[in-house]
Design a protein around this ligand. Structure first.
Ligand code: HEM
Length: 180
């Protein structure tokens, strides 16, 4: 646990960059799947893999440093729920790109970032062949479940921060905006 209640610039940058990127990726991912927008698939995958690097760095940093101490007074129940949602958000951000890569690589599509090949597609006799159906399906299922779980966790997280700001009028949101 961090004893210092102020947040570093890195913490604030990673929070907003990853948070907003995940929201955008959920919206784009949902639309491309729902409306079969094939041209968006490579963009979604490439951005997801790049985000994975930032997310991994953030998760390792959080595990080493712990979550920052709350600035607001909370009872034990509120404290528990708020910690639980923060853990779901942290782990969910990590599992999103991992499950996407499992689905794509397992399906034999290979992995590439804007044309830069990280893993070649598995092509045998001119046909794409799955590397592992199980890994593909587990990844696909995880990706779908995460869409629901993370959308709920994000809504709870946004609602809680608005409650802190407008109802409790404490410094929780201001601190994350880098204000004193
Ligand atoms: C980094 C965060 C990511 C987020 C937040 C995210 C989110 C989503 C969401 C919400 C969907 C729609 C799921 C559905 O409608 O069932 C989706 C679809 C998809 N995502 Fe991601 N994704 C991420 C990363 C990745 C990565 C890294 C890959 C692959 C390298 C990937 C590959 C895919 C594919 C292939 C689909 C379409 C699934 C289908 O056609 O059934 N995603 N994504």
């Amino acid at each position: 646990m961090n004893s210092d209640k102020s947040l570093t610039k890195t913490t604030i940058f990673l929070h907003w960059f990853i948070g907003l990127a995940i929201i955008a990726m959920i919206i784009v991912g949902y639309c491309m799947d729902e409306f079969k927008l094939r041209s968006l698939y490579p963009i979604h995958k490439s951005i997801g893999i790049i985000l994975f690097v930032f997310i991994l760095y953030r998760v390792i940093r959080r595990l080493i440093r712990g979550f920052p101490e709350h600035v607001a007074e909370m009872n034990s129940m509120e404290n528990f729920v708020s910690k639980a949602v923060l853990w779901v958000l942290l782990i969910g951000t990590l599992l999103f790109p991992i499950s996407g890569m499992m689905m794509t690589a397992g399906g034999g599509h290979g992995l590439n970032v804007f044309g830069f090949e990280l893993l070649a597609p598995n092509v045998i006799d001119g046909k794409r062949v799955a590397l592992s159906h199980n890994i593909h399906e587990i990844g696909e299922e995880m990706h779908k479940i995460l869409m629901i779980v993370m959308s709920i966790a994000i809504l709870l997280h946004v609602a809680a921060s608005l409650k802190h700001h407008f109802i409790a009028k404490d410094a929780t949101l201001k601190r994350m905006l880098g204000k004193k």
